[in-house]
Write a protein that binds this ligand. Structure first.
Ligand code: SF4
Length: 195
């Protein structure tokens, strides 16, 4: 259909007036009754911290399916937590895309081990992973722990292993990490929040 410039403006003005009238309640009742219900209404809300960086923004994660025996809970929406003191509801583009990270097919959900010289990763249990880490730490500490330095001064330090804590750790986690690593004499302790 060919319209002149003047006709075009008239059509636009008419459309806007119609939209405004509908919002003010002049539209047929059936149209207003079609307003969508709030999609998070029946979802379970869980608080968490963004895993990506040291800012540590607070998240609200919404899942469905919880509580029903024949349904698997799955997260379908994530947004910033407006009550969180760090981000006040805001998320950067990385945090705003967390739903894809959570549901990614390539997301690692269990520990894996690659033997020396092998090009293959094999799945192991959490118990196997913890036992292996503990054994390797003990072996290394037994072999390299220093009670005194070259001048005979007591130092009680272990310099050949280090620990990197996750940026999403809470203050309490950070305190426990420090107590654990310092009790072993470990000096190389850092946090992803600083990297
Ligand atoms: S939302 Fe962005 S700024 Fe906030 S913790 Fe995640 S990655 Fe960092």
């Amino acid at each position: 259909m060919q319209v002149s410039r003047r006709q075009f403006f008239k059509i636009c003005a008419g459309g806007m007036a119609g939209t405004t009238a509908a919002a003010l309640g002049f539209a047929p009742a059936i149209a207003l009754a079609e307003t969508r219900s709030y999609k998070l209404l029946r979802a379970q809300e869980t608080r968490n911290t963004c895993t990506y960086c040291s800012v540590g923004c607070g998240l609200l994660m919404y899942s469905m399916g919880d509580g029903a025996k024949n349904a698997r809970a799955s997260i379908f929406h994530i947004e910033g937590d407006p009550d969180h003191p760090v981000n006040r509801g805001a998320l950067c583009p990385k945090g705003a895309g967390l739903i894809d990270y959570v549901n990614s097919e390539s997301r690692l959900k269990y520990p894996e081990y690659r033997a020396p010289g092998s090009d293959k990763w094999q799945r192991i249990t959490w118990d196997d992973a913890f036992n292996r880490i503990a054994k390797l730490m003990k072996d290394d500490r037994d072999a390299n722990f220093q009670k005194t330095n070259e001048n005979g001064v007591t130092v009680n330090r272990w310099l050949t292993s280090g620990l990197l804590a996750a940026s999403a750790s809470s203050n309490e986690n950070g305190l426990l990490t420090q107590k654990f690593s310092r009790a072993l004499g470990m000096l190389a302790v850092d946090n992803q929040a600083r990297v």
